[in-house]
Design a protein around this ligand. Structure first.
Ligand SMILES: [Zn+2]
Length: 415
């Protein structure tokens, strides 16, 4: 049974109910100029002649009513009882208004669907040009980013919304941002971090941590050894989303910090060897954290690929720490060969000087970076140094990034 509504862009706001097509009805929305700015932007973004017709099931429309009875206006949670709606429901009256599509249902209930909202959530076909909650598109970088480091001022971030917004923009776009003129204390560094979200505790710390070469935890981070570029927490089911560093004391030489854009390395690998890229996207690698006596952490499931993609095929997470890799004993002989071949190529690109951003990270300059994208490491050092920092949960970082750049109206349109 066809139970659909059509949303079309025609010059006038006239509902077209075509008898031969009942119960499928066609509705027109105004020409592009009458769309709200966001929708207009999306329409224009689709190309020279964007398609402007989409159909909606009657049941879907009733199930997605956003009136106050069906959708809590404050909590933005569904209240409608999906399971009491007849599967063959059809509206008894329709009205195409300036604001949106108004439907009256057999029990007298009225629903209003804003044109912007219908456009954003169209599915047959999809009319939007980007996914509703897609983050900022990443700008890939190599060593040349050193000439123009993404940087913000501590005071700007702490005291203005614009500063915070710029900071999060840099993080979402480049996966890294440096903060200048941070007071050289653990307290100020913590306050800075909390502008984004609460901190993530781990077996290493209660929020803020301090690393010195004292093996206070059984991990190479607590030594003077060099560390190759890696992401942290490959042994967690969900690695921390962000990590922050601030060097508070230096007494010795060396110990510069290294950063590499993992998305850029992945892109290079894909161009160089699609086979290796596929292998690192499909091969699950077990990892663990087991240095401290009372700790034995492994992820669920037991292993994850180095390159993780969403259902849309987009790379969203790099997980790589060769030091934390567990015994690989689940691959066939040929898979093992393919895995090592791909791993060598990955490591070669990762260690290419043109991909490495080195920074002395002097006291007063903090850095925060996306641990799902940017790999970090350090050079060996002599003497002592004290580095403080924190982990942040991914979802809360992304939530903060969205809310600083969105209005409540954006929220209503996008959900
Ligand atoms: Zn309703």
């Amino acid at each position: 049974m066809q139970a659909l509504h059509r949303l079309t862009s025609l010059p006038r706001l006239v509902p077209r109910v075509v008898p031969s097509l009942i119960p499928r009805a066609a509705f027109s929305v105004s020409s592009v100029v009458n769309h709200k700015p966001n929708a207009r932007k999306q329409l224009q973004g689709t190309g020279a002649v964007p398609q402007r017709t989409s159909t909606f099931h009657h049941f879907w429309l009733r199930d997605h009513c956003h009136c106050d009875q069906c959708y809590h206006p404050i909590t933005r949670q569904r209240l409608v009882d999906t399971f009491t709606i007849p599967r063959d429901i059809q509206p008894v009256a329709t009205d195409s208004t300036e604001e949106g599509l108004r439907l009256t249902w057999p029990d007298g209930h009225q629903s209003l669907y804003l044109w912007d909202w219908l456009h954003t959530h169209s599915y047959s076909p999809v009319l939007r040009s980007s996914e509703p909650l897609q983050g900022k598109l990443p700008k890939l970088w190599d060593v040349s980013i050193a000439k123009n480091l993404p940087t913000v001022e501590f005071e700007q971030v702490m005291e203005t919304k614009e500063g915070l917004k710029e900071w999060l923009y840099q993080l979402e776009t480049f996966g890294i941002s440096f903060v200048e003129n941070v007071p050289i204390t653990i307290e100020a560094t913590e306050q800075l971090g909390r502008r984004i979200s609460f901190l993530r505790e781990s077996h290493y710390s209660k929020g803020m941590w301090c690393v010195a070469a004292d093996l206070s935890h059984a991990d190479t981070a607590y030594t003077t050894l060099p560390l190759d570029a890696h992401t942290d927490n490959t042994y967690f089911t969900e690695p921390s989303g962000l990590q922050m560093f601030h060097k508070l004391e230096v007494d010795g030489t060396g110990g510069d910090s290294l950063f590499v854009d993992g998305f850029n390395v992945a892109e290079e690998l894909k161009k160089l060897s699609p086979t290796a890229y596929r292998t690192l996207s499909n091969t699950r690698i077990p990892s663990h954290s087991a240095g401290d006596e009372d700790i034995l952490i492994v992820p669920t499931p037991r292993g994850y690929p180095i390159l993780n993609h969403g259902p849309d095929g987009q790379l969203f997470q790099v997980r790589y720490n060769n030091n934390d890799r567990s015994t690989v004993d689940h691959l066939s002989s040929s898979q093992l060969e393919e895995f090592y071949d791909a791993l060598f190529l990955w490591s070669k690109i990762l260690k290419d000087k043109k991909n490495e951003l080195w920074n002395t990270l002097d006291p007063g300059r903090a850095v925060i970076f996306d641990n799902w994208r940017v790999l970090h490491g350090r050079a060996a050092f002599t003497g002592q140094r004290k580095l403080c920092g924190a982990y942040f949960p991914w979802d809360d970082y992304k939530s903060r990034a969205r809310t600083v750049r969105m209005t409540p109206q954006d929220k209503d349109r996008l959900l």
